[in-house]
Design a binder for this molecule. Structure first.
Ligand code: ZN
Length: 411
């Protein structure tokens, strides 16, 4: 079974862009990712509809930079692409606030990935790290004969279907292979998402066991499937993007805590922004390739900025006074979860890297604090700890009373 094609959006054909007569308007050379984001958001677009629509019903992604407003959402998504340790993004908001559009638009911003030519996902680096037995017999043979085992290609957006079963997500027995008396494990959606973006729409409507499996894999970067005597370990380094509409049910606090950044997505307030968003939506509906081409150059720049920021990230440090301030903020907010520090500091490092700096400053912390720390304080945990503290005090004072009574008896 090859369900990969139905799960991932096809890459738009680059040649189609080049045949478009409209030249991109974006000038070359930006100082930072922030500046680029600002500029593209306010870039005027040509809204004239033309008759040169090629009529291809290909699902093209709306350009990320064409999304009006929603600065927090765009920033959170960019930071999580620069630094995967952040732990993904949860977009919380009502329908029609461009959450899914934004997730799908990430496709054009992701750096190329090395993709296995084999259904079991074998890569040359598996052989480098664990020897020839780490790949399937076919890939071992190809590798031995100097034939390619992988190729570089554009990243995919893997969308988790709402009706996905646990077996689809983590993988299972390959029925086709077992007909030939060769039992094999089949790669699941998580393995397909490796190095890509995994998008879960309506994450609050998924069964807990599936959400748990995904979040475990996202946290570890690998996961293991066991079926009887067989087991297989897969890489699962992906940027996780979830969305939920709070009107349709809440997410358990334990699950909510495991998403890195959380963005509250509102509808647009400014009538001018709304008009702008409407015009772009209509322009995209009538001729998607034309609108895409108008953002093509800026999109390519942003993609390069992300790659440069990723490379810069390992050099970005946090000075002690900045980390002390961050820790104080978390303490004052009475947040228990250690994920608060991870997300706050890693998002701040990504923010500094995107701004071409190798040292985090207070403004980085300020900019990401709300999206890293909101909805992290569990009212249950707070209440629980409060009760435990008073219980402990009770035990201690009771003990002291008993000790005092015992002493009195001794004398
Ligand atoms: Zn293989």
């Amino acid at each position: 079974m090859n369900n990969k094609d139905s799960l991932s959006s096809p890459n738009p054909d680059a040649e189609l862009y080049q045949s478009d007569p409209d030249k991109p308007t974006e000038p070359v050379g930006v100082r930072s990712l922030q500046e680029l984001l600002e500029r593209a958001t306010h870039q005027p677009i040509d809204t004239h509809t033309t008759k040169d629509d090629p009529g291809i019903a290909e699902p093209n992604a709306f350009p990320f930079l064409g999304i009006v407003g929603q600065e927090d959402m765009k920033l959170a998504l960019l930071l999580s692409m620069i630094n995967p340790i952040i732990g993904g993004v949860l977009l919380i908001g009502p329908r029609g606030t461009a959450k899914t559009t934004a997730a799908r638009s990430l496709l054009d911003l992701l750096p190329d990935v090395e993709r296995s030519l084999c259904q079991y996902g074998c890569l040359p680096k598996d052989i480098e790290s664990a020897g020839i037995s780490a790949v399937c017999p076919n890939c071992a043979k190809n590798f031995g004969e100097n034939k390619p085992v992988s190729r570089m290609e554009r990243a995919h957006l893997v969308e988790l279907p709402l009706n996905a079963r646990l077996e689809d997500v983590i993988g299972g027995i390959d029925d086709r292979a077992s007909i030939h008396h060769r039992l094999r494990l089949k790669r699941g959606i998580l393995a397909q998402a490796d190095q890509n973006v995994l998008y879960i729409d309506e994450v609050n409507l998924l069964p807990d066991e599936i959400v748990d499996a995904i979040l475990d894999a996202a946290a570890m970067g690998i996961y293991t499937v066991r079926r009887g005597p067989m087991s297989a370990t897969y890489r699962a380094n992906f940027t996780l993007v979830g969305s939920m509409n709070p009107e349709e049910g809440n997410l358990r606090p334990q699950i909510l805590d495991r998403f890195g950044l959380r963005v509250i997505v509102h509808g647009l307030d400014d009538p001018k922004d709304r008009l702008n968003a409407y015009q772009r939506a209509v322009a995209f509906r009538s001729n998607p390739l034309k609108l895409i081409s108008q953002y093509k150059q800026a999109t390519e720049q942003l993609r390069n900025e992300i790659i440069i920021s990723r490379n810069r990230l390992s050099n970005v440090t946090i000075p002690e006074e900045i980390s002390t301030a961050g820790l104080m903020l978390i303490h004052k907010l009475e947040i228990e979860s250690l994920r608060a520090e991870i997300t706050l500091f890693e998002a701040a490092r990504a923010h500094a890297a995107a701004d071409d700096r190798t040292e985090v400053d207070m403004e980085d912390i300020q900019r990401v604090a709300a999206m890293a720390l909101r909805l992290r304080k569990s009212p249950f945990i707070g209440d629980y700890l409060h009760k435990r503290t008073s219980e402990d005090q009770n035990v201690t004072s009771m003990m002291e009373t008993i000790l005092a009574m015992t002493k009195r008896k001794d004398h």
